[in-house]
Design a protein around this ligand. Structure first.
Ligand SMILES: [Zn+2]
Length: 505
């Protein structure tokens, strides 16, 4: 058996160091052991005076093609590298390899070319497999959360990273993911989990207007909303549509493409309706930019690739953007006319934007039909407050961004209550059981620690049931933002007035 590792001249020195490992791992992934010393390293020379011009000659330059007895067997796409031996040979004085180089475009920049090469070859031979191999793994940026998420996206859409064992997922623990606990690899197993991570990552980068996912419930009628918490209504999942508003500004385009592919794979699995929307005036600029640079959408090669994969994207017109803004304004006007501060659609989308996991924090239930967005500080309690109370809580420094001074309503008491009631920081996801028990004040959370406290006069049978169905005795740390602690402290005050309490053991 003759095995050739074919590379292009622009990367011949960089890939010379790793090709044996790449090929060995590709075969091993298929249960085959080979002798790496027998692999033939074949370089296809490309024209071009500089390394960069050689690389741009071929779409597939960032790959190693593994050919067995004359037939392509595997294609391996590589990440960019900040420690580039070919460019260093060309220009020994250039400062390559400082930490953080390529940080944002480490994998995504140009990844479409790798997919394109693979899909084209696959038309000729459907048995070809595509893998990825990441470089510079002894440096920090390949291990940052943005890149860890990319490896998970690749796994979800069906492509393995051959040297995944060299990648440390330690940074993911705070997002509720640990390699020790999982059985199914690093794949995302649910749409919600992935969207949660998306918002978590976007929220990290404050300079960017985050692309985010929202859910429109077409059967939601704000006119039927009440501020009575016990009237939680069954949500008809069939009328829900998820909308991902994507960005395409420079390298974000490549990332959006991978994100959309991943979302569509997960949505299809869960029968979720999903739509991709783009509006240049909405998200595709950076905050604080003096002359905002707008983009018109994806570039030609990405659009072609998405067509091949079957990803449809829709473009919002300025009119549609206005319509959406109108929908939000209309909802507010209706709420105000009805005197109802609760807007469950807005509240849930705000909770989604917070980037926390969509599951009951006490029992881990993820069944969407019985997952409810629970208010920490109850809507009816907020409603009862007078102007002094409301202004008092809003005067806390952590609340300073809740009421936008640009809003026409910023001085209205109703508006302030509406914003407090529907703030994502005023919410947690709970299953129907835990929500019901929470709202009936069977238990509460300590505002400082998030620890569960149950009422003292609870009877033994109820307590036993509660203990049986409650796996976690405190809220995860990422939920307890300063705002959330403040909201919770108002609820805790009421709870303590009603009950003496003891700690849940
Ligand atoms: Zn629960």
């Amino acid at each position: 058996m003759e095995i050739i590792a074919k590379v292009y001249s622009g990367y011949k020195e960089t890939y010379r160091k790793i090709y044996k490992d790449v090929v060995e791992r590709a075969y091993k992934n298929n249960g085959i052991n080979i002798n790496p010393e027998k692999i033939i390293y074949q370089i296809e020379e490309l024209d071009g005076e500089t390394i960069q011009s050689q690389r741009s000659k071929k779409n597939s330059s960032r790959t190693i093609t593994i050919i067995e007895d004359g037939i392509i067997k595997y294609i391996v796409g590589l990440s960019n590298t900040g420690y580039d031996d070919d460019k260093l040979l060309e220009n020994p004085n250039f400062d390559y390899g400082h930490t953080g180089y390529h940080a944002n475009t480490y994998f995504v920049q140009g990844c479409n070319k790798i997919f394109d090469y693979y899909l084209t070859e696959k038309e000729i031979n459907k048995n070809i497999k595509l893998y990825f191999y990441m470089l510079d793994l002894n440096k920090s940026h390949p291990h940052d959360k943005f890149n860890l998420m990319i490896y998970r996206k690749l796994a979800t859409i069906g492509f393995d990273v051959l040297n995944i064992d060299q990648i440390k997922f330690d940074e993911y623990v705070e997002m509720g993911f640990s390699l020790d606990e999982i059985k199914s690899g690093i794949k995302y197993i649910s749409f919600n989990k992935f969207s949660n991570d998306l918002s978590f990552i976007s929220n990290k980068n404050k300079g960017n207007v985050p692309s985010y996912i929202k859910c429109i419930d077409y059967s939601y009628d704000i006119n039927k909303e009440t501020d009575d918490e016990t009237e939680e209504k069954f949500v008809d999942l069939t009328n829900q549509e998820y909308i991902y508003t994507f960005k395409t500004l420079s390298a974000e385009g490549y990332d959006s493409f991978l994100t959309m592919w991943t979302l569509s794979v997960l949505a299809e699995k869960e029968n979720k309706k999903l739509k991709f929307m783009f509006a240049p005036e909405k998200y595709n600029f950076r905050l604080g930019q003096e002359v905002p640079k707008f983009t018109d959408g994806f570039t030609g090669p990405l659009i072609e690739l998405m067509e091949k994969i079957g990803l449809d994207q829709e473009y919002e017109t300025t009119d549609e953007v206005r319509q959406q803004i109108r929908r939000e304004i209309n909802q507010y006007e209706i709420s105000k006319a009805n005197g109802t501060i609760r807007n469950q659609e807005l509240f849930k989308n705000n909770l989604r934007k917070k980037g926390i996991q969509t599951k009951c924090y006490l029992c881990g239930c993820e069944i969407e039909n019985i997952l409810e967005a629970a208010h920490l500080w109850g809507v009816s309690e907020i409603k009862k407050c007078n102007a002094h109370d409301i202004n008092d809580i809003l005067s806390n420094p952590c609340m300073s961004d809740l009421i936008s001074s640009e809003s026409d309503h910023s001085s209205e008491l109703f508006y302030k209550k509406y914003m407090l009631a529907n703030s994502g920081d005023n919410g947690v996801w709970l299953c129907s059981n835990h929500h019901g028990l929470f709202d009936s004040n069977f238990y509460c959370f300590e505002s400082e620690t998030g620890k569960v406290i149950i009422k003292l006069n609870a009877n033994e049978i109820d307590k036993t049931f509660f203990e049986l169905c409650t796996n976690n005795k405190e809220l995860p740390r990422e939920i307890l933002t300063d705002k959330s602690k403040l909201f919770l402290s108002r609820r805790e005050e009421n709870f303590n007035n009603m009950n003496k309490f003891n700690k849940f053991k």
